[in-house]
Design a protein around this ligand. Structure first.
Ligand code: ZN
Length: 534
């Protein structure tokens, strides 16, 4: 393995520039609605989450925890900055720079298999070994909750409960203390079962309890996402999101959800494509983050997540979407505001609105649940995803955005209370936020979907490029253009039209010169946030 050479590492100035891409923020939340018991439980839960920071460092790399301790003792300016950037990444590799090393003496890049597999193990060796195992052992070896180690030369699967016994025992103890303090029965049940799972390595019952969790404290803690296992995507990283439910947003969501069928019945498509009876959609929780840790607290911060990943639980109970409102707000303040200051015409600056930014995110999520999902092509039952294959995700993301705008406009026009500036705020905020997605390029579905919308709306005259490099909404044209685009995307999905989708993506998923100049002007705007209360 190649180790990073000291000469190639960023110096103090460079490291400060790298850190400056994360704007320091203090997360806003209120404990005012919590009971006495929940407030005491909250302190224990933050302690439990903290133990997962260290556990996650172990999962990332075998030398990580020792390096963290060493950095804490280095009081030189360079040492302090290294520690700061290490903490932002929870390791010596920079998430924003392709996981390359910024501290000498560590592997040049984050190991592909992290510390989930022996460093000298090849993919083929694992596969050959797994094939020889009886079904149940093979399931363990390929499962979420074991690490692979060597016993002599032989590979062996070690349960997380054994591999991380000391940290998990400590975390389980804190979860039990919190369970004893809270007066909410569903939280008590989840915390107790999750503490059991840390020791037994069986997460099923506690995942089910997490789906049933209905409490002022919305807690997610355990091994979840598999992104750090870049070899197989099998192994789950430990993380925690300690959050407080936002009751105002929860009520707003109920208002939205109660009118979904009505919006579906008025979608701008041929009525035969509308769904007369929408199924139950995944529950959405809006929360404010108090503390996140481990895999949930490095690099670009999670603003929303969908869990669990265990298919058995999803099959039985569905999944739950959690939206972190104060994280979205911090990103809005630190990233979107400075972007808007550069891309919006002066007259539109005052219309930038967090309220409509966030409402549109909710509308986007709800819009994934409406429109064509089960379709018929020449008498054959199929889905838009099956028909559009690799093109589907970009089309579906664009559809969720623009149908979200359509939904908001429909509700403005049909009884939802809104201020006189609501329409200006909604569309100008959407225009500015387009650049927040576009600056990351057109490699993934959200960026592609945004380029498609931006260029379509521009071609309809609804977005206008000014000669001074800023952009504006033409309010006489935007509603009709949104309606047309909603119609076009939903019709592509309803007819499973691969060729039509390809034509639309090929012609519209491009960065045009005016857009490129605007993106080039955003280099100094922070990429993400650094919550300083962690
Ligand atoms: Zn989406």
């Amino acid at each position: 393995m190649l180790l990073a050479a000291a000469a190639a590492m960023p110096d103090l100035t460079q490291l400060k520039q790298m850190s400056a891409r994360f704007a320091p923020v203090r997360l806003k939340y209120s404990e005012a609605g919590l009971s006495e018991g929940d407030r005491k439980a909250l302190a224990k839960l933050i302690e439990a989450a903290k133990t997962l920071n260290l556990l996650f460092m172990d999962q990332l790399w075998s030398g990580n925890r020792a390096l963290y301790e060493k950095l804490q003792k280095d009081t030189t300016p360079l040492g302090k900055e290294r520690l700061h950037y290490f903490w932002l990444n929870k390791g010596p590799w920079s998430d924003l720079d392709g996981h390359t090393a910024f501290i000498p003496g560590v592997p040049e890049r984050k190991p592909m298999g992290a510390n989930f597999y022996p460093e000298d193990m090849k993919r083929e060796e694992f596969e050959a070994w797994a094939k020889t195992l009886p079904a149940e052992q093979r399931q363990q070896a390929e499962g979420f909750f074991t690490v692979i180690r060597r016993n002599g030369k032989q590979l062996t699967a070690v349960p997380y409960s054994q591999a991380y016994a000391a940290d998990l025992k400590k975390a389980a103890g804190l979860l039990r203390e919190a369970a004893a303090l809270t007066d909410n029965a569903s939280l008590k049940k989840f915390l107790t079962l999750r503490a059991d799972a840390f020791l037994s390595n069986d997460y099923y019952a506690s995942d089910v309890a997490w789906m049933d969790l209905d409490a002022p404290l919305e807690i997610t803690i355990g091994p979840y996402e598999t992104y750090n296992d870049e070899v197989f995507g099998y192994k789950a990283g430990f993380e925690a999101y300690i959050t407080i439910r936002d009751n105002q947003e929860t009520d707003r969501l109920k208002d939205f959800s109660s009118r979904l069928q009505e919006v579906e019945n008025h979608l701008p498509i041929d009525p035969k494509y509308r769904n007369p009876k929408l199924g139950a959609s995944a529950p959405i929780r809006v929360v404010n983050e108090v503390y996140a840790s481990g895999d949930g607290a490095h690099g670009v911060r999670t603003a929303a997540f969908n869990l669990p990943n265990d298919e058995r639980v999803v099959h039985e109970k569905g999944s739950k979407r959690v939206m972190l409102k104060n994280i979205q707000e911090a990103k809005f303040e630190s990233n979107l505001k400075p972007i808007a200051a550069r891309v919006l015409a002066t007259a539109a600056q005052a219309d930038l609105s967090f309220d409509y930014f966030f409402m549109h995110i909710l509308a986007h999520e709800l819009s994934h649940g409406i429109g064509p999902h089960q379709i018929q092509i020449n008498g054959r039952s199929t889905t838009p995803r099956q028909e559009m294959k690799e093109l589907y995700s970009a089309i579906e993301e664009a559809k969720a955005d623009v149908t979200g705008l359509f939904m908001m406009q429909y509700l403005f026009d049909h009884g939802m209370a809104h201020g006189p500036a609501a329409e200006r705020q909604l569309y100008s905020t959407f225009l500015a936020s387009a650049f927040r997605s576009l600056r990351f390029g057109l490699t993934e579905a959200h960026g592609k979907g945004m380029a498609l919308q931006f260029n379509y709306l521009t071609d309809k005259g609804a977005f206008v490029a000014n000669s001074d490099g800023t952009f504006a909404v033409d309010f006489a044209k935007i509603k009709g253009a949104v309606r047309d685009l909603t119609h076009d995307l939903l019709t592509l999905e309803a007819t499973g039209d691969y060729a039509g989708a390809k034509k639309m993506l090929d012609s519209l998923v491009i960065i045009r010169p005016a857009m490129q100049r605007a993106i080039d002007g955003l280099k100094a705007v922070p990429t993400d946030i650094d919550p300083t209360n962690e």
